[in-house]
Design a protein around this ligand. Structure first.
Ligand code: FAD
Length: 622
């Protein structure tokens, strides 16, 4: 036995999923081994140096609220912050940070090194050890066997990774890193299904060679916010990004490379993310568009390396280079690294239960890109959930599952497990039917009590949540009672083009008007400013959202409660679908495959109709 008798949780891979999994399990008290190919690339951002964005920002806030680390690390290492969609309703507000790629990775490594209970081993895992349908450890390239009560696989894009640049292709898990072999082959033998996906990345260039005067500058928010609900540092000095565009000349050069394109020539078999196309795909599919937007993003606070967002490509490197130089501001651009595409193995996630444990091998969990997702945030939240559930399982505790009405994380896992995915899955706000409830401003209220009950979110987090809840109630009450005379407010209302008052009203009534914000009232009413002075900005914001969106939130809560009733009908192990002739053929097949745990989950499986659900309810005696 090497180093340690037996670990509680062995995590394979230290990407975004693996880091969260290891930290969560260890912070809950498990003895954890983190095995990763290269300790210098822990939490490497393989593609864009940014965290958050639409729907993804909400996920990072949720990870933080539960007691995960990604939000804290992003706050400590970001170089620009923007709250996207501010002009829309609060359900759409999405925090996004430009990260310092090197510092992000360094901070994650430091965090893990300072986490009690995490051991490290740098090597490639070539297989798992299975006894009696249960995983009991992993094997490495050196032939070492580590024993563990559970294993979390988070291999990212590395499984049989194949990198393409023009007509050249070579094995690799990421630029300049080896691919991983052995695991897919063994899992296939064990009866798992596998598939192939692809993703791509743009070239990186030398920022000293660019002419920014020909581009539009895009700064961060004037008052930058942050991700963590804890007291993490606020960003002081921000670095700008820049916007420029492709043009007809760029497109012509790129087209010259089409005959050597691994994608157009059919050498790439895996399906890529539709919503994140390569530049050659864009000019091919949208031939009528004469330009495409390019974001030029710094890779860190002190590096000259720039990420060319929107120019992802697997065309030959010389074609990429020549085309780049025709973009305004790029006339003298020097390239650091070419863009490339990568194909890799994934495992259709319908083979998992909602805890992310595989149905075929007990105590084996999958998290991250291995499940067919794409994105650091999607990976991080799965890692967190797999780490929690692996810990809970080996300590005889209840599974931890989030509902679709509780978190984007719940939506993501429910979608993966019930619907599967043929193309890299990324989160969108449109995937969440209860998105009015799942906002970035209230992830702490929704999830910190759950994280605290698990033992992962600290007492301090819970204290802050309780304070925010208490203050929000008090502020709503205060605004309900705060009387305003027409003479105090009519000038402001006129200025805002809002109907003037003829009689005294309460602050809450004015706040219900769409174009009136709390800042408008406090600007004009010194007494109100004074009354609200003791409250924190987060509580004020929460109170205003509760007032402005009261009817929507109430309706959504009722809807969620109706759905929750279905979730309470537990069916796992109670029904024999083979003996139910009234079920449609497709429903029977899907139910046998997915083995849903509740009626609610069964109802969300594509191919299971309301009529099939009625049949199940009859068998359950309802
Ligand atoms: P990874 O971050 O890939 O981490 C996997 C880890 O596992 C690594 O540390 C690796 O060393 C380790 N590992 C693998 N196999 C073994 C083994 N056998 N033994 C030990 N250690 C092992 N996402 C987007 O959202 N948008 C994009 O545009 C985008 N483009 C991308 C382009 C490229 C070229 C790549 C490579 C990825 C891209 N991604 C993109 C995906 C994003 O990088 C991933 O979604 C995210 O990093 C997945 O996190 P993960 O933890 O699952 O895996």
């Amino acid at each position: 036995m090497f180093q340690q008798e037996e670990y509680d949780v062995i995590v394979v891979g230290a990407g975004h999923a693996g880091c969260e999994a290891a930290a969560a399990a260890a912070n809950l008290g498990s003895k954890v081994l983190l095995v990763t190919m290269n300790m210098n690339t822990i939490a490497q951002m393989s593609c864009n140096p940014a965290m958050g964005g639409v729907a993804k920002g909400q996920i990072v806030r949720e990870v933080d609220a539960l007691g995960g680390q990604s939000g804290i690390i992003t706050d400590k290492t970001m170089i620009q912050f923007r709250m996207l969609n501010r002009s829309k309703g609060p359900a759409m507000w999405s925090p996004r940070a430009q990260s310092d790629r090197m510092r992000f990775a360094e901070e994650w490594r430091t965090t893990l090194e300072q986490t009690l209970n995490v051991d490290f081993w740098q090597e490639s895992v070539t297989g798992i050890v299975v006894e009696n349908d249960t995983v009991v450890g992993v094997k490495t390239q050196l032939g070492i066997e580590f024993r563990g009560k559970s294993v979390v696989l988070t291999n990212g894009t590395f499984l049989n990774g194949l990198i393409h640049i023009g007509e050249k292709n070579f094995g690799g898990g990421r630029a300049a890193e080896k691919k991983s072999t052995g695991i897919t082959e063994q899992l296939l033998e064990l009866g798992f299904e596998t598939g192939r996906m692809k993703t791509g990345t743009p070239p990186r260039v030398d920022g000293r060679s660019l002419d920014y005067s020909k581009m539009e500058e895009q700064g961060g928010d004037e008052v930058p916010s942050k991700f963590s609900y804890l007291d993490t540092p606020r960003l002081v000095k921000q670095r700008p990004c820049y916007i420029t565009y492709t043009n007809a000349e760029v497109h012509e050069i790129l087209k010259e490379g089409f005959e050597k394109s691994p994608m157009f020539q059919g050498r790439i078999k895996g399906l890529g993310p539709r919503y994140c196309p390569s530049v050659e795909d864009k000019i091919n599919r949208f031939a009528d568009k004469d330009r495409h937007q390019i974001f030029v993003e710094p890779e860190g606070s002190s590096t000259v390396e720039m990420y060319i967002n929107g120019f992802s490509s697997s065309l030959p490197e010389d074609v990429q280079y020549r085309a780049l130089r025709k973009i305004a501001g790029f006339e003298n651009a020097k390239m650091f690294r070419p863009g490339y595409a990568i194909e890799y193995d994934f495992f259709p996630p319908t083979q998992l239960s909602l805890t992310l444990e595989t149905k075929r091998v007990k105590n084996l969990y999958f998290a991250g890109q291995i499940n067919g997702t794409t994105g650091y945030e999607e990976a991080a939240c799965q890692g967190l959930m797999a780490g929690i559930n692996a810990h809970n399982k080996v300590h005889g505790r209840e599974p931890f599952i989030l509902k679709r009405s509780e978190a984007y994380i719940g939506v993501l896992i429910d979608d993966l497990v019930n619907k599967g995915t043929d193309e890299p899955y990324r989160m969108f706000t449109s995937r969440a039917e209860h998105r009015i409830l799942l906002r970035q401003d209230n992830a702490d209220l929704r999830l910190t009590p759950l994280g605290h009950a698990l033992g992962l979110a600290s007492d301090e987090r819970l204290f802050r949540v309780e304070q925010k809840q208490r203050e929000t109630t008090e502020v709503v009450e205060l605004l309900k009672n705060f009387a305003i005379e027409p003479s105090e407010i009519n000038a402001l209302l006129e200025e805002l083009g809002s109907a003037t008052l003829h009689e005294r009203t309460r602050a809450i009534n004015l706040l219900r008007r769409p174009n009136l914000e709390l800042e408008h009232l406090t600007r004009t009413l010194p007494n109100l400013t004074l009354a609200l002075a003791p409250y924190q900005p987060d509580s004020l914001e929460q109170a205003v959202i509760a007032i402005k969106y009261e009817s929507y939130i109430e309706k959504e809560n009722q809807q969620a409660a109706r759905v929750a009733e279905l979730e309470n009908f537990v069916i796992q192990g109670r029904l024999d679908y083979q003996q139910m002739p009234a079920l449609s053929h497709e429903a029977r097949e899907k139910l046998l495959k997915v083995q849903p745990e509740t009626i609610g989950q069964a109802a969300r499986i594509s191919g299971v109709s309301p009529a099939d659900i009625s049949v199940l309810m009859v068998y359950l005696g309802r």
